[in-house]
Design a protein around this ligand. Structure first.
Ligand SMILES: Cc1cc2nc3c(=O)[nH]c(=O)nc-3n(C[C@H](O)[C@H](O)[C@H](O)COP(=O)(O)OP(=O)(O)OC[C@H]3O[C@@H](n4cnc5c(N)ncnc54)[C@H](O)[C@@H]3O)c2cc1C
Length: 267
């Protein structure tokens, strides 16, 4: 493979290249791998605001007419994820910064004292949300994993888990084959995709349902806010039921364990 590096072009010779260059993967495009784009109704503006000791402890989401903001407690600052309708970022940024400040203060009145810390639109970084999945995660000599193979929505905060689980599953298949001097053929690469495809599909299905049934409705200023069905409210009284989402988020639909044994660096 020929790559561009700060010190010029390089030729890399390898039995297999594992592409993990994220949801805007260059390797995916260059290899001509195609898939399905499932779409997302939102993008996310990330910014920080100071946090004082007497402010809430927990991480939480605040819903207002047409807005959704998630606040992550980072001890001395809040990491705020301000969710906006897909593609609306440019229009929002063309407005005075007070639009964002006022909206944040309205959603979380205790932040009114801090919003002046946002001094320019550059303080807020936009992360574009995508949900997609390649039909085929490999070609001879190339395997894509993580968001490069299946871009994950931020819902549930599980994208990193899946990317790491893909890497572990890939290592479990590739390491013994490489150690034995076996050729890395497409059958081996297919085994990795076949193992990771079901949990990826299931997770994306859940994310797409939440995007459609909750996020899209919350971001529609004219629509009613989504409610929790009575049966779900009833079931959520039981601890065992409340633990289910935590297990899915924490462990995923298929756990992976490293089975490569000790890895020795090349001589
Ligand atoms: C707004 C938003 C919020 C999210 N929040 C969460 C969360 O809280 N928790 C969670 O688990 N998931 C979250 N996700 C999903 C998560 O970010 C991804 O699923 C996860 O990061 C995928 O990991 P990855 O290693 O495949 O790709 P990435 O983490 O995107 O890593 C790809 C890496 O490749 C590098 N790269 C790309 N191109 C090149 C190149 N040409 N040359 C060299 N390097 C290159 C990039 O710099 C980057 O370091 C969020 C996603 C979005 C959009």
């Amino acid at each position: 493979m020929r790559v561009q590096s700060p010190s010029g072009d390089l030729d890399i010779y390898a039995d297999v290249i594992v592409g993990c260059d994220g949801r805007r993967s260059t390797l995916r495009d260059t290899a001509g791998l195609r898939g399905q784009d499932y779409g997302a109704p939102m993008d996310v503006l990330w910014f920080r605001l100071p946090r004082k000791g007497n402010e809430p402890e927990e991480t939480f989401a605040i819903v207002g007419a047409g807005h959704l903001m998630i606040l992550l407690n980072r001890t001395n600052y809040w990491q705020a994820a301000y969710v906006v309708p897909k593609g609306s970022d440019e229009e929002l940024r063309s407005r005075p910064l007070s639009t964002l400040r006022d909206s944040v203060a309205q959603l979380a009145p205790f932040l009114a004292a801090h919003v002046a810390e946002l001094t320019s639109w550059d303080d807020a970084k936009t992360l574009q949300v995508r949900v997609d999945r390649l039909d085929r995660w490999y070609r001879p000599g190339l395997l894509l994993i993580g968001d490069a193979a299946h871009a994950m929505s931020p819902i549930g905060g599980v994208g990193i888990n899946l990317a790491i689980q893909d890497a572990v599953a890939a290592a479990n298949v590739l390491a013994p084959a490489l150690a034995a001097g076996q050729a890395i053929d497409e059958e081996l690469l297919h085994r990795i995709q076949a193992r990771r495809l079901p949990p990826t599909k299931l997770t994306q299905m859940l994310q797409l349902q939440i995007q459609k049934r909750v996020i899209a409705k919350v971001l529609d200023p004219a629509g009613p806010l989504p409610g929790i069905p009575a049966i779900v409210r009833f079931l959520l009284r039981f601890r065992a039921v409340r633990n289910i989402p935590a297990r899915i988020i924490g462990y995923g639909f298929r756990r992976e364990h490293v089975r490569t044994g000790a890895v020795r660096p090349p001589a």
